[in-house]
Ligand binder design. Structure first.
Ligand code: HXC
Length: 509
């Protein structure tokens, strides 16, 4: 056989992975193969593969007779809309995508190249976990991957897409990355599976209930989003990728935009209802501010009382955190604080400016909140905003009460530009609560109580007291919000803020 024919034959063999039968079985489960997934994720023809001929080195349990080139993971690099990324995709058709010593080495190689070359790493996970035949060599391989995840954290964005099983300690590599996305009905993640649970704790639960996409996007918050199938998931990862910088020094990406930065939107003047107890959908404001109305939301099914995600202003990526009055009246709670804190820290690590939209009546009261550590969780968000040195612009649309005012990126936590709409109410608490405390003895007298409420509302329930003190830089018209914040972020583009030297802070974990 001619030498190039030999090469072609070896490549064809490697591309077949675990063989035709297992590929059919993979498709029958509604899943694509590792290579099909990479084709959809990356620009056509851009994928360059590494280590296609790597074979495992195990000899026990007859493994010396079962070599499959590639060893269950396809690795390499390619581009997404012309920007480079490193990738690995586990191949379930080869030993169930299980991780051997050499499989781990292949992943470590792309992780290290991603760090050296300043490009993100995207891992498509579909694996039965540690290669049982290899014992501790496999565990060591996992731990090498974890160590690289930790090294790469804050250096290059790391995205995990769970597209099949992810069980046991295998879950910890995705858990160490910036984002986890799952595919509905074909992926699951758990430390201990249903069979073991049944034996050890007598709990009877299906894999889907225990660790499917719904569980992890609505209950545990382990995952940041879920999609109906492989194709949709990979298309959305491409969309997210466009918002992200390549590394922590590259600066936020700027893309062509087709939306005037000084677009006025008069419908925003009536977004906040006259009745302060009525909700409105904060998505509307975010989308009306964003270039072309494009908002990529993360964790949209968890802690829905706060919105987190990315938009672009004049083509530049901006991280958004916004209270959502439609859910729990927009109150902060443990879950919302953790969710937003993580988002702010991601943005700060990768130099993405942060826009905060505030309408928050306070922290959610309750025994369960206190017992779930709302003190520590609220402190996470406080800490995240206070340590973030990226440009920070805040707009208060309505309520900014009490401790929640202090947390939601006020001037005092280093926000650069603080705006308020004329409808803003910035105070320690709402009028009724305040009067009940300050004028307890008059509460039986309706007239007096009404007068006290009116007096309090006039004094405190407006943005002007805060503006008089310089805590609000400007009271702006809702219709001109996009123009004002676009100009603010343009002004802040060269912001430099040095934090005092430290090894690292002690985030309240
Ligand atoms: C070696 C494995 C394997 C593994 C699956 N296979 N998991 N080989 N090591 N961990 C092989 C199977 O033998 C089978 O080979 C092929 O992959 C497909 O597996 P099936 O069982 O036929 O597939 P399916 O029915 O879809 O079930 C998938 C599965 C199941 C649920 C993942 O295979 C399973 O339970 N695997 C074991 C999971 C596990 O306990 N892993 C260890 C977790 S502990 P053939 O040749 O028949 O096609 C762990 C520790 C990490 O990961 C610690 C890090 C700190």
């Amino acid at each position: 056989m001619a030498i190039d024919q030999q090469l072609n034959a070896r490549r064809d063999e490697a591309r077949l992975g675990g063989g035709e039968k297992r590929i059919v079985s993979q498709h029958a489960k509604g899943k694509l193969t590792a290579r099909e997934r990479l084709e959809l994720l990356l620009d056509p023809g851009s994928f360059e593969e590494f280590d296609m001929f790597v074979k495992h080195r195990a000899t026990d349990f007859g493994m010396d007779k079962t070599h499959i080139p590639g060893d269950g993971v396809v690795t390499g690099w390619g581009t997404i809309n012309g920007r480079k990324t490193f990738v690995f995709a586990q191949d379930f058709t080869v030993f169930g995508g299980s991780l051997s010593e050499t499989h781990a080495r292949k992943i470590c190689k792309v992780q290290e190249m991603a760090m050296r070359n300043g490009a993100p790493i995207i891992g498509l996970q579909d694996s039965g976990g540690a290669r049982i035949q290899e014992g501790v060599a496999s565990l060591a391989g996992y731990t090498d991957v974890f160590q690289n995840n930790i090294k790469a954290s804050g250096v290059v964005p790391q995205i995990s897409v769970i597209m099949g099983p992810s069980a046991g300690g295998a879950v910890y590599s995705p858990a160490l990355t910036d984002y986890i996305f799952m595919v509905r009905d074909s992926s699951y993640m758990f430390l201990t599976g249903p069979d073991v649970l049944k034996t050890v704790t007598n709990e009877v639960v299906t894999a889907e209930e225990l660790g499917g996409a719904k569980t992890h996007t609505t209950k545990s918050s382990v995952a940041d989003g879920a999609y109906d199938n492989d194709i949709e998931a990979l298309a959305e990862i491409r969309r997210l990728f466009d918002f992200l910088p390549l590394n922590n020094r590259a600066g936020t990406p700027r893309r062509p935009f087709f939306d005037s930065h000084d677009r006025i939107d008069t419908s925003l003047d009536t977004l906040v209802p006259d009745n302060p107890n009525l909700p409105y959908d904060m998505h509307e404001l975010v989308e009306k501010i964003a270039d072309e109305g494009d908002f990529f939301e993360v964790q949209q099914d968890f802690a829905k009382n706060i919105l987190c995600g990315f938009i672009r202003l004049e083509g530049q990526t901006i991280g958004v955190v916004a209270n959502q009055p439609m859910v729990l009246a927009g109150c902060l709670d443990s879950d919302a604080s953790r969710k937003a804190a993580r988002h702010v820290r991601f943005c700060d690590a990768f130099d993405i400016p942060v826009l905060t939209l505030v309408d928050v009546p306070g922290f959610l009261p309750g025994v369960s909140q206190e017992h779930n550590g709302v003190i520590k969780n609220g402190a996470k968000l406080l800490y995240a905003y206070g340590e973030a040195t990226v440009p920070k612009v805040t707009v208060i649309t309505r309520k900014a009460y009490g401790g929640a005012y202090c947390v939601m990126a006020p001037k005092h936590l280093g926000a650069d530009m603080n705006y308020a709409w004329p409808t803003a109410q910035i105070a320690v608490m709402g009028a009724k609560g305040a009067v009940e405390i300050l004028h307890r003895k008059d509460l039986s007298d309706e007239e007096k109580t009404a007068a006290h409420i009116a007096d309090y509302e006039e004094k405190f329930l407006s943005p002007f007291r805060a503006a008089e003190l310089g805590y609000i830089d400007e009271v702006i018209k809702p219709q001109s919000t996009r123009r004002r914040i676009s100009r603010a972020f343009a002004l802040l583009a060269d912001k430099i803020e040095e934090a005092p030297w430290k090894k690292h802070g002690n985030l309240p974990l």
